[in-house]
Design a protein around this ligand. Sequence first.
Ligand SMILES: Cc1ncc(COP(=O)(O)O)c(C=O)c1O
Length: 385
Amino acid sequence: MRIYFDHNATTPVDPAVLEIVIHALRDEFGNASSVHHFGQRAKAMLDDARTAVSALLGGEPSEVVFTSGGTEADNFALRGVAEALEPTGRKHLIASAIEHEAVLVTLKALARRGWRTTLLPVGQSGIVAPDTLADAITPDTALVSVMHANNEIGTVQPIGRLARIAHDAGALFHTDAVQSAGKIRVDVRALGVDLASISAHKFYGPKGAGALWVRRGTRISAILTGGKHERSRRAGTENVAGIAGLGAAAQRAAGKLDTEAARLGALRDRLESAVLATVPGTAVNGDREPRVPNTTNISFEGIEAESLLIALDLEGIAVSTGSACSSGTLEPSHVLRAMGLPTHRTQNSIRLSLGATNTEAEVDVFLEKLPRVVAKLRTVTGARR
Ligand SMILES: Cc1ncc(COP(=O)(O)O)c(C=O)c1O
């Protein structure tokens, strides 16, 4: 029996979504730009997906631009707005220090091209305080980018308040909603954002499909240029099967958002409380509320996170040491570091992210195995000292 507690890295494709992807690949091979029957059938699939994605986010179908995933959506938001607003003379970009690399590395690239950039700090809460944005923003700021939910610790950011501060200063606001879409309600109008990124593989859709929601009237330049696809906002023959999968996954996520959030929240809370109660030297990283319901990030005193990950994997349990991109290296998590946690704690923390496949029985198995695994690792580490 293998247990998968790494749904923030990626999720398995929902069988019903898979059927639609297979159908699109097998039967709807037309180019959605073609005028004939084959093309129009493919276009109809894109239209359905656009409607489903806009329904998940609370926007209009025409505001959805399909991308190759969350990374491209984040790149498009930052690079596209920077390019469009360059002539206005605004040369400043702001993001939080706990953004995904898709935002942070893009920001660094823009800094090399002359943009002034500011990273907003977060304290041990793992939440951006609106005052820090109010202090950092200037009349020169073009765009503020703060993620809706953090991928490593799950904290939900006060997007509505941050977006208002950005708008009061005349700046645009982007949120990376890759880890919140499908887990909690994401209503772009209620949040008041201008741009929002999502990625299908985080909510039981296929990898390589995502979208950037762009509020109508927002100034943004295409970063992929060529044909007039996506209303000239993103050139390239559409990945019809991937996009159809994204749409189907969005529709299914919207349909069971509240029930699944309640189920996962209860499961996560039981797991988390039991770990804290039964394993000495453990602590949860970041505020426990507001958080997406499926995520917990826990530090284990005196243990290397990588060793715990491997030991649990040998027991058939998949967890993560933070973002998938930084696992495999011994780099401590930039999120935990930005929170000001001591070095040992940035290196002894693991992330558990639950999802649709998880059951009470799996949590029981984990809780039964964990204390033994931790005790064994602590003996080994202690003996080495
Ligand atoms: C917060 C966040 N943004 C962006 C991405 C990148 O999305 P994708 O894997 O679709 O490129 C991820 C994926 O790990 C993420 O967690």
